[in-house]
Design a protein around this ligand. Sequence first.
Ligand SMILES: [Zn+2]
Length: 277
Amino acid sequence: MKEKVPELPEVETIKNELLPHIIGHCITGVTLIWEGIVRQPSMEEFRSRLIGQEITSIARRGKYLLFSLSSGDSLIIHLKMTGSLLLKPTSAEPDKFTRAIIHLNKGTSLFFRDPRKFGMMRLVKDDNSIVSKLGPEPLVPDFIPQVLAQRLNNRTAPIKALLCDQKVIAGIGNMYADEALFAAKIHPLRSGKSLSPEEVGRLHQAIQQVLWSAIDNKGASVENYFRPDGTLGTAHFQFQVAHRLSGKFCPNCGTPIERIVVRNRGTYFCPKCQPEG
Ligand SMILES: [Zn+2]
């Protein structure tokens, strides 16, 4: 079941908090404790093309972190279910879940910790090869309600599944899809094409509101998400329905929150506030 994954607010927080500590730093070494974390190219090439490069910028696209290097290469990191990137002194001992360490000059290193081993790193000449398949970013000025309407147009899949589809819209996963649908009062099984323009408008506003709020709270630490300094985010304390266990009640109307499975994703909603319609 795909449930607890760093989503846009978590990856955005990691990007924002890494930025001041690693821009302009040079990579002095790469330790691969679990070699499977490198998907592309070979380990030897990965290491030799990284060492000596300066990190010139970090960006986020969807749930991907993109590190630009002085060579023109991009290091792409996806944390998948349980990955985190921790900034520690180079002398720190890796724990048993540390899969790779990128050593930087000035005494710090980036520890890639990933208990479940789904996370990955790729080193590519052009990050478009990876990110061009993604749908629009939901927090950019160009993302207006009409863009969302166009992405949902003629789609028969449940809106919950569409929101989690990275080709439809980038960065949203299980938690923030549930939160946005609750805020917009839309049932998760409604088809994309069944939403009225007014509902799409509400959903657009709800998506931006839940994502910005979660960024303000530095992401949701529901499982293995840590900020780069090892502290937790607090966005999950704001959740209205996501990850509510059975027996919790809707904060609006007091109805018990229901859990259903939508395309293999555990989905929480209020049957009264979000009628099937
Ligand atoms: Zn309710």
